[in-house]
Write a protein that binds this ligand. Structure first.
Ligand code: UFG
Length: 319
């Protein structure tokens, strides 16, 4: 079977991707510096190299004998990217250059890249398809746009085919409990809410209840991480069949509000979840919703988790 290098394979999404690749009989090598990933997320039947994408010689060595790359390693805190853009420029842009250069040097011709709905900025229409204009509101989103552009050039000049997966709101954990690493410093709604459920926090802050939505709170498209992982496997398979480069949104196409998330979690965990209303968080669009037609048509992908309660239930595996 082809050998896949998963860069960032010890992280939240990466470890789910590794599991899915192994289940599909791919041979897997993980490259991760464990800065935010977890050693307990490593699978015994995948090779592991501890290394940083900024260490070119080490990355180049890891690329030997590889047929395709899944590239997830990046900094991902939107707020921090606005305060410390230098860190994001180096890790997310220079890091991407290193990955593409190491691929070119070793003649690896296929890459699946972790992009984000953050490339779009404030929606001009919803659901958003891949043709929606790119106007990132934050530096994090800008680094994703830049890597997509780099990949376009390396496709044209070096024949490296890519699939850029623009994730909407990743959520949940492996239903078998095989991925064990919790988010170290949660910034996103669901891991924060889980800390309220487990008593680590006293209440959940809801940022804004005066949005133009059905209940005043923001609507997001929550997609289960195992469904995301499946899309990576389908993308690798498609690229190794010699298909053209592709950009794909990954979402369910359904919106859930912050209040609806709280109600669903209260039902799943049979607990009252205390909330406090706070000011709007800057840069939050009222609604983010994906059109997933490209994923369905080009990848033959379909989300298995379409019910928010089922997604939330999978957090109980590790919290
Ligand atoms: N929220 C709260 N309270 C919290 C945390 C979040 O009310 O304590 C709200 C936010 O205001 C937002 C919703 O919950 O309305 C979801 O927020 P997240 O931080 O979980 O997710 P975002 O939609 O802001 O961010 C996600 C990804 C980013 C990506 C962005 C845009 O996590 O990586 O979508 O695509 F950049």
């Amino acid at each position: 079977m082809p050998k896949v290098l998963v860069i960032g394979g010890a992280g939240y999404i990466g470890s789910h991707v590794v599991k899915a690749l192994l289940q599909s009989q791919y041979s897997v090598r993980v490259y991760d510096d464990l800065s935010s990933g977890h050693e307990i997320n490593l699978f015994a039947n995948a090779e592991f190299i501890k290394g940083d994408i900024l260490d070119y010689p080490s990355l180049n060595e890891a690329m030997k004998g590889i047929d395709a790359v899944v590239f997830l390693a990046a900094k991902k805190a939107v707020g921090e990217s606005m305060i410390n853009p230098e860190k994001y420029a180096v890790n997310n842009i220079v890091g991407s250059v290193n990955v593409l250069n190491a691929m070119a040097e070793n003649e690896v011709k296929a890459i699946v890249f972790s992009s984000s709905a953050a490339v779009y900025g404030i929606p001009q229409y919803v659901p958003m398809d891949e043709k929606h204009p790119l106007n990132p509101l934050n530096f994090y989103g800008f680094t994703k746009v830049e890597t997509e552009r780099l990949m376009q050039w390396y496709d044209a000049l070096k024949g490296i085919k890519y699939t850029s997966l623009r994730y909407f709101n990743a959520a949940g954990y492996d239903a078998d409990g095989d991925v064990k690493g919790k988010d170290k410093e949660p910034q996103n709604l669901l891991p924060i809410l889980m800390e309220v459920v487990t008593g680590k926090r006293d209440f959940l802050q809801i940022f804004g209840n005066d949005y133009d939505t059905r209940d005043g709170t923001c609507l997001r498209d929550y997609i289960h991480v195992t469904d995301l992982a499946t899309a990576h496997v389908l993308s690798i398979k498609r690229l190794l069949e010699g298909k053209e480069s592709l950009i794909v949104n990954l979402g369910t196409g359904t919106g859930t509000s912050v209040k609806e998330i709280v109600i669903a979690a209260e039902k799943v965990f049979e607990k009252n979840i205390p909330v406090k209303y706070a000011e709007r968080r800057s840069g939050d669009p009222a609604v983010l919703l994906a059109s997933n037609e490209t994923a369905r048509k080009e990848l033959g992908w379909e989300p298995k988790y379409t019910n928010i309660e089922d997604i939330i239930r999978t957090f109980a595996k590790i919290y």
